[in-house]
Design a protein around this ligand. Structure first.
Ligand SMILES: *Cc1c(COP(=O)(O)O)cnc(C)c1O
Length: 452
């Protein structure tokens, strides 16, 4: 079969049988999709042999590039021993080794690892853990949660209950448990009508009011540290995260840090919490955990919380939760290999210079007519497009400006995906300065040509 007919066959099969995530399938059926068949470094190759820069790390997961030798080898070696055995009643070397390494590098006190296989489940585990913890401490009434406007913690119903994105979450509201929402630290469009830094972090005062009112019935607060990702790459001002940690402690509620997106170097440190010297009570990890190779997630917690679940079997203090592929051996082997590469290649140290370079490049994009705000924390970037730069008036939703910019970029060899009218850049940590340069050059051109 030649390449064109092979492509045609895949397109037909896809159209007839697939249902893509977060996708209006009516529009999908009208377009010809890019079919990815290979990857190398920060590039992806399509079925026709065209190469693209992977500008969002294959949806925020890839860390050291595609086909990274060390990770490829680790997976192959593991396949030759065993790919999966259960953690229900059995142990395994990769799961134990990885747990110990995570405990050694996570923020202080997080010494226990509960595995699952995606970000949403890592969050479900955190919520249920916090809830059951208080029950077993005799504080039955502490069953509610506090979360942020614009929060995204995944798509399962528990995670949606603590979500704050109307477009995704509103329709499911009858299915959800109650959560108390505090303002999003979204300085460009402050919901409290304030200006940073003159506001003195007024959003923290508002948060305190709400937390104080509900403290007795609240089990935990959940937050994406430093950057609210899917909500639009909303970067919190300095001191906000530390302020939230202080409030949780003051009012006796647990703090859950959802580092599913920010973890594993994404913001320039291994975990975003480190940047404000914050240690949460519970930490959620996923996306970059296996280097972007295989589904793998973890919920980490302290010995204090862990111990509240200890007891004789008949006391029923067991944490009755688990997923079939929990602690999958292949995925854990990939995770271990990824951490080895972090150490061997000094990935984080090398990032520092590249983050500064990216910042300088982005300053140019910030000057464009229809760019309202550019937000960057390490390799997490959001470029908010507006109809009117002065008044900050957004584009009408049916203009689909974010989508048009990304389509334009695709024609120029760059794959990126917008969040509404926020263009997201999230390259693999291994990207070179020259590759960063093409990432920003093409993005700038695509914005100019689409909005100009
Ligand atoms: C992506 C994401 C999730 C959900 O992870 P899945 O693996 O898609 O279920 C949860 N929290 C944050 C902060 C995320 O970015």
């Amino acid at each position: 079969m030649n390449i064109r007919s092979r492509k045609k066959r895949i397109v037909t099969l896809d159209r007839n049988h697939l249902w893509h995530p977060f996708t209006q399938m009516q529009e999908w059926a009208e377009e010809t999709p890019v079919i990815i068949t290979e990857g190398r470094g920060v590039f992806l190759k399509d079925i026709l042999g065209r190469w693209y820069l992977d500008g969002v790390s294959s949806l925020w997961v890839n860390v050291h590039g595609h086909r990274k030798q060390e990770i490829d080898d680790a997976i192959k070696e593991q396949v030759d021993r065993i790919s999966h055995s259960t953690l229900l009643g059995l142990a395994s070397p990769p799961a134990a080794e990885l747990a110990a390494q995570l405990a050694g590098m996570a923020p202080a006190g997080l010494s226990r690892v509960f595995y699952s296989d995606n970000g949403s489940t890592a969050v479900e585990v955190a919520l249920k853990m916090a809830f059951q913890y208080w029950k077993q401490r005799g504080q039955e009434q502490k069953s509610a949660f506090v979360c942020l406007h614009n929060a995204y913690h995944g798509d399962t119903l528990g995670a949606v209950s603590v979500g704050g994105i109307d477009l995704f979450h509103r329709i499911f509201s009858p299915l959800l448990f109650r959560a108390h929402r505090i303002p999003s630290p979204y300085c460009y469009r402050c919901e409290l009508g304030k200006r940073h830094p003159a506001c003195g972090l007024f959003c923290l005062q508002k948060a305190e009011e709400i937390i104080r009112r509900h403290k007795d019935e609240t089990a935990a607060l959940i937050i994406e540290p430093l950057v609210q990702g899917a909500g639009g790459m909303i970067a919190a001002p300095a001191g906000y995260l530390k302020g939230i940690r202080r409030l949780c402690r003051k009012y006796g509620i647990l703090m859950i840090a959802d580092e599913v997106a920010t973890g594993f170097g994404r913001t320039g440190t291994m975990f975003a919490c480190e940047q404000e010297q914050v240690a949460p009570d519970i930490l959620c990890l996923a996306k970059g955990m296996s280097g972007g190779y295989l589904p793998l997630a973890a919920t980490m917690t302290t010995e204090k919380i862990y111990r509240a679940f200890l007891g004789k079997y008949h006391e029923c203090k067991t944490f009755f939760h688990g997923h079939t592929y929990t602690g999958n051996q292949l995925a854990c082997a990939a995770g271990l290999a990824s951490l080895r590469v972090f150490r061997k290649e000094r990935t984080l140290q090398k990032m520092a210079k590249k983050i500064l370079f990216l910042g300088k490049e982005l300053a140019r994009i910030a000057g464009l007519d229809h760019v309202g705000d550019v937000r960057q924390r390490g390799f997490m970037v959001g470029i908010e497009l507006v109809k009117d730069k002065k008044t900050r008036e957004p584009w009408p939703i049916d203009e689909k400006v974010g989508w048009k910019v990304c389509a334009r970029a695709r024609d120029k060899g760059l794959l990126i995906r917008p969040l509404g009218d926020v263009v997201v850049l999230m390259p693999p940590l291994s990207i070179s300065t020259a590759e960063l340069k093409s990432l920003t050059r093409i993005t700038g051109e695509a914005i100019r040509e689409t909005t100009g």
